[in-house]
Ligand binder design. Structure first.
Ligand code: SAM
Length: 326
């Protein structure tokens, strides 16, 4: 089912839906890169680090045979990770029609990037606004899911309380008791700290730039209005669209209302520090190469990319209740 067409052209649509469509248009317009373009990207090592973090999350929490719900799945960049985890079934949902088409191409194994064997699990791909639509009505026959993943996208739900609640209601309704919700999103504490340290309403470096509107000139964010705190995010060769601050303590509290309990939250720097030493993850890091080993001569993550990675955190939540008996 479609994401709802071109909101921007029509009267009567709320500002939030227009913003959601702007996000969708941005991601839809980003064409699939060739391997060569990808390797030449100014943030190639940051992309590899992000992939390493997502791989660690998948390896830590997915079990063979799991039924996976990938919210905001994008172009299916995580399909291989789920395949390696030997999951049994995959449903991917994204608002951007172009991304869902690319994801389908990748799943079918006929893109340039992917000359590999077909995936071993059946999949269903859906174009929908995950934060507006009641997904349980569409996924009744696919649920319950063992694991839900929302990578680099939860913050797009934070434009209004209603959207944030719909996102969490969807996840809670579709996960089985004891099921896991893993994700990554911007770390509001870091973003607000950086804004306060900066002289103007903008901060960043050679790979990213975050700009807040004039309504936040005082750099104060009252606890009474914790939704809809918008900024413009530019990440070189990747993102250029509106995003919303997600105060993590509030995310945790709201998630609890939907029976989702916090298991883990780590800023990316802490996450790398804690897991890179483990042999099973150190090997993948060596192969991907973002941090390098200091000997092989391969190029590594730049200081600016490392700073950009500090803007993010990883989280794990668990749906309350005992897992069904075997
Ligand atoms: N999860 C993928 C990954 O890690 O490679 C894609 C991440 S990309 C930074 C953010 C994704 O969120 C985009 O594919 C975008 O279309 C999707 N997205 C944003 N708002 C959404 C919404 N309301 N419903 C579904 N998907 C959404």
């Amino acid at each position: 089912f479609g994401a709802g067409g071109d909101y921007g052209e029509q009267e009567g649509y709320s500002e939030e839906r227009i913003s959601a469509q702007r996000v969708a248009d941005h991601y839809s317009a980003r064409s699939n890169q060739t391997l060569e373009e990808r390797e030449n990207s100014p943030i190639i090592h940051l992309k590899k680090l992000n992939n390493w973090i997502k791989s660690v999350l998948v390896q830590l929490y997915a079990r063979p045979g799991d039924c996976v719900l990938d919210l905001a799945c994008g172009k299916g960049g995580d399909l291989i990770k789920w395949d390696k985890a030997k999951v049994g079934y995959y449903v991917g949902v994204d608002i951007a029609e172009g991304s869902i088409k690319d994801c389908m191409t990748r799943y079918n194994g006929d893109s340039d990037q992917q000359r590999r064997k077909k995936f071993s699990f059946p999949a269903r791909l859906i174009c929908a606004d995950c934060y507006e639509t009641r997904l349980d009505e569409y996924l009744r026959e696919d649920a319950p899911f063992d694991i839900c993943s929302c990578q680099f996208a939860m913050h797009y739900s934070w434009s209004t309380e209603a959207r944030a609640r719909q996102a969490l209601a969807n996840i809670s309704a579709l996960l089985r008791p004891g099921g896991t919700f893993i994700g990554t999103m911007p770390d509001a504490n870091v973003i607000i700290k950086r804004l306060r340290e900066s002289e103007g309403m903008e901060f960043g470096n050679s790979v990213y730039c975050i700009t807040f509107g004039e309504e936040y000139t005082e750099k104060k964010f009252p606890a009474s209005r914790p939704f809809g705190i918008k900024y413009k995010f530019h990440l070189e060769d990747a993102v250029d669209c509106p995003e919303w601050v997600v105060p993590f303590h509030l995310f945790k509290l709201l998630a609890e209302e939907y029976d989702l309990e916090l298991v883990l939250m780590k800023n990316f720097h802490e996450f790398v520090h804690d897991y890179v030493q483990r042999p099973e993850f150190a090997d993948l890091m060596r192969r991907l190469g973002p941090l390098g080993d200091g000997r092989s001569g391969q190029s590594t993550l730049s200081q600016d990319e490392w700073e950009a990675s500090y803007l993010y955190l990883a989280f794990v939540l668990r749906k309350r209740g005992p897992p069904p008996s075997q």
